[in-house]
Each structure stands twice: as structure tokens, then as C-alpha cells.
Design a protein around this ligand. Sequence first.
Ligand code: C2E
Ligand code: MG
Ligand code: MG
Length: 339
Amino acid sequence: MVRHQLDTLMQMCERPFSTDKSHATDANIYYHISVGVSCFPKDDNEVTGLLTKAEKALDYVKQHGGDDIRWYDEAIESATAGSLELESELRTATIEGQFVPYYQPKFSLETGAITGFEALVRWQHPTRGLLKPVHFINAIIAHKLSFDLFSQLAIKIVKQLSVWQQQGFHQHVCINADAAEFSHPDFFDMVSTLLTENGVAAHQLHIEVTESSLIQRHDNVKKQLNSLRELGVRLALDDFGTGYASLSYLQEYPFDFIKIDKSFISNIETDRTQHAIVKAILDLAVALDMQVVAEGIETEQQRDVLLDMGCKIGQGYWFSKPVAADVATAMLIKQNASK
Ligand code: C2E
Ligand code: MG
Ligand code: MG
């Protein structure tokens, strides 16, 4: 690639969300540019070798969120080797059903009663033990396995809801979904068939979408979210306040819940800025007739401050860490017994 082309691309990468209105149409055009570069003769003497290395650098950029430029180097070579192994393991995991939902209860801050659960994926890795999403979720997205992961978890979660229902526990479970998953043409049919086949009401399933994944603007997201909402599935905007278009997402998509990210809760007892931001989110939710869930409550004091501010539902390590299904069931049984 000649130098001036590269310079132009680098400039474009520095402003990935620019909107070109020079060709006056009624639609905004969004572009994302990822670039991988290899250098002759440092990286290779042959054209094919140079292209392979530039592609490896490009894959690396895409796996790390895209919208960037990266020069090939040794670090990329070893990351790519690891990535190939991880991809093959992830494909086996999706076929063999190694992903399991852990359940973190959400509580009424007022009464301490469980109001529902958030399902958080764990990978029961054959040799490395139980892995948290930080170790594999980006690779799942990069290798386009999000829909397989979602389907596998949704089946397990809806079956669990059905079991709880038979035991007299009418709970709801929130499942996390990356916006990429909504682009899948079978997404809506899969969810609605699963609910019908297991006799689970749509309002017992909530779907949490992170702000960061909405930035990618995948096709169909809005249409799919509207269809799910019409079906009765409830929708939550996760990690609210951490992206760069939080307010516009509230306007654009039909969310029922806002989840306040734990970064706004961590010092809420003492930090005036955090306090003011959370207060503003709570006021906004009242005005928009939405419900709020506070994430990452780690102390009783944080619970008390949030309750005083009018926040009604929360989750966090102070109440409970995410637990396996049998432990979650035991919590429900214990709660029922103490009524
Ligand atoms: P999230 O949806 O915002 O989930 C909250 C994360 O914070 C979870 O981490 C949870 O274990 C952790 N957490 C809960 N309470 C506390 C607390 O009091 N203190 C602290 N420090 N952390 C707390 P986890 O399970 O590692 O999940 C991380 C992220 O991975 C999730 O953030 C979500 O964005 C993503 N994720 C999890 N499961 C799935 C899934 O099935 N599909 C997709 N697409 N993403 C998932
Ligand atoms: Mg979540
Ligand atoms: Mg969150």
C-alpha cells in the first residue's frame, strides 16, 4: 500500500464515526475502518507472505473492537496462534454444550426479596475449569459464534424457568445478548418457539443489550427489538452511561429497564459526582416510565444510599455472586420458607 493511501486511511480511522452529509440524503452514513499493515522487507520478502501478515494484523484489529490500524509484529503472530487454538476450542464448546448459565439474583432494595435473576455465561472448559466471559466473549463475537452461544444458553435458561415454574417460583431471567446476535435471521423465531414449547411466558425472559454493542449498528437490531417487545419479552439497556450515545439509545430503542453500570456505584457513598449521575439517571427513568436496576452493589452502605435515592432494584456481591442453577433454586426455596 502506498504511503499517501495509508495516511488517508489513518486519518479516517481517527474519526470513525464521521457523518458525511455532503451527498444530501435523508440517511446518515456510518463507516468503520479496520486496517492491517505489513512492511516489505521487514516482515516478508514475498507478496503472499506480506498479504498473510497484513491479514493477521487486520484480524487482530477486528478482534479488538475494530476501527483501528495495526502494523504486523511478533506479538500479533503469537496472538494469532493462540487465537486459532481458542477458535477451535470454542467451536467444540458450542457443539458439546460446554457453556452454562450462572444466575445472579436481583433484589428488592426495600424488602431484600429476590425479584429475578441475571444469567451470566460461564465456560466449563475441559482442562482450564470454569471460565468467566472476559476470557472468551470477544473471541465468540470475532468468530461469529454469538448466536450459537445465545441459543445454547437460551435453551438452558428457558428450561430452568419452566422447572422453577413447576416448583411454584414464577421468576424472570435476564439473558445478555450482543447486538450482533439480533442480526441473525433466526433470532426471533428461535426465542418465540423456545418460549412456546416450554410453556414460559414471554415477560419471564428479559434481554440485556450492552451500550457498547449497539455502537456497531448491526442490521435489524431495531426491528428485532421491536418484535421481541411486541411478543412480551422485556428489554434492558446494560451498562448505562458507559457508551457514547446512552441517551440516544433510550430514544431509539424500546427499552423497559436501565441498568446502571457498577462504575457509577463503586463510591456512591462518598463521591458527589457518582451520586449526582445516579440521581439524574433515576429522575430520567421516572420521566420515561422505565425501571432502574443498580449493578455492582458491594456494601450495605451503597444499598442504603441507593434506597434513599429511590432506586428499587439492585444486584451485586453484597447480596450474592452469580451462582449455579441448583444454588439459585436453594435460595428461592429458602426465601419461600421464611415467608
Ligand atoms: P454485565 O452484564 O454488566 O454483568 C455484570 C458483571 O459484573 C458480571 O461479570 C458479574 O459477575 C459482575 N458483578 C456482579 N456484581 C458485582 C459486584 O458487586 N462487584 C463486581 N466487581 N462485579 C460484579 P461477568 O459474569 O464476568 O460478566 C461480564 C460481562 O460479560 C457481562 O457484564 C456481560 O456484558 C458479558 N456477558 C456475560 N454473560 C454473557 C452472555 O451470555 N452473552 C453475552 N453476549 N455477554 C455476556
Ligand atoms: Mg448484564
Ligand atoms: Mg452491566
